[in-house]
Design a protein around this ligand. Structure first.
Ligand SMILES: N[C@@H](CCC(=O)N[C@@H](CS)C(=O)NCC(=O)O)C(=O)O
Length: 220
C-alpha cells in the first residue's frame, strides 16, 4: 500500500489519511510530491488519469484519489481497526462531521492555511469566528453523545479526528481562541507520537511556500 502526499508542513489533506494510518498501525510506503517545486505530481496524475492532487492511495490495482474516499476505503479494508465508531448513532455523527469538514469551513481553510512551523497572530474574521462557533457546537454534540472512553471525538482516535486534525495546527499556529473541550482535543492530538513525527518531518523540509509565510504577525 502506497500513500502519495505533499509538503508535510502545508498539506492539510495529506495529513488526514497519513495520520489515520500511522495511528491505526496500518503499514504503508509514502512518496512526497513538492508540487510547487517540480512536476512529478502532474506526471503521476496524468499516468493514472486522476486530478493532480494529493493525497492518493494506491493499493494493488486500486487508485483512490480523495482524502475521505481513502479513509472510507481503509475502514472497509481494515474493519478490525474500527476507524468509524461501532455505535450506529455515533457513526452518523462522525460521518456528518467528517463530510462537513470536507465540504465546509472555507474561511478557516483559506484565511488560516495549515503551516505546522508557523507561530503567527491572525485576528479571526467574522466568517472565521462563525466557523469557530460551529466547531464549538460540534464538539458539544460529541461531548453529549454516549461514547466509549478515550480522548478523541468518539473515544478512540478515528476518521473524524483525522478529518479535523489540521484545524489543530491552525488553532495553535495562529493563536485562535477555542472552547475548552476543543483545546483539550488539540492537546491530545498534538501529543500523539504520529503527530510529533509529522511535525518533526515538517520542520526538516527544505521548501517554503511564500504565500503561506506572509500571513499575520509573529506570536508574542
Ligand atoms: N478534496 C480533495 C482535496 C485535495 C487537495 O486540494 N490537495 C491539495 C494539497 S493539500 C493539492 O493536491 N494541491 C495540488 C495543487 O494545487 O497543485 C481531498 O479531499 O483529497
Amino acid at each position: 500500500m502506497h500513500l502519495y502526499i505533499a509538503y508535510k508542513n502545508y498539506s492539510s489533506w495529506s495529513l488526514r489519511p497519513w495520520l489515520l494510518m500511522r495511528v491505526a498501525g496500518i503499514d504503508f510506503d509514502e512518496t512526497l510530491f513538492p508540487f510547487d517545486h517540480n512536476d512529478a505530481l502532474e506526471r503521476f496524475a496524468a499516468s493514472h488519469r486522476i486530478p493532480p492532487q494529493v493525497p492518493v492511495l494506491v493499493d494493488g490495482g486500486c487508485v483512490i484519489w480523495d482524502s475521505l474516499a481513502i479513509m472510507e476505503y481503509l475502514a472497509e479494508r481494515y474493519p478490525e481497526h474500527r476507524l468509524w465508531p461501532q455505535d450506529a448513532g455515533l457513526r452518523v455523527l462522525a460521518r456528518c462531521a467528517s463530510a462537513e469538514m470536507h465540504s465546509s469551513f472555507q474561511a478557516l481553510r483559506s484565511q488560516h492555511p495549515m503551516n505546522c512551523r508557523t507561530g503567527r497572530q491572525v485576528a479571526p474574521s467574522v466568517d472565521v469566528r462563525r466557523e469557530l462557533a460551529r466547531l464549538k457546537t460540534l464538539w458539544e454534540l460529541f461531548g453529549q453523545a454516549a461514547r466509549p472512553a478515550g480522548e478523541f471525538l468518539c473515544g478512540p482516535f478515528g476518521i473524524v479526528d483525522a478529518m479535523y486534525a489540521p484545524v489543530m495546527w491552525r488553532v495553535v499556529g495562529y493563536g485562535l481562541e477555542v472552547s475548552e473541550p476543543f483545546a483539550r482535543w488539540c492537546r491530545a492530538l498534538q501529543a500523539l507520537p504520529a503527530m510529533q513525527a509529522w511535525l518533526a518531518a515538517a520542520r526538516e523540509e527544505p521548501w517554503q511556500l511564500a504565500q503561506y509565510e506572509r500571513i499575520g504577525e509573529p506570536l508574542s
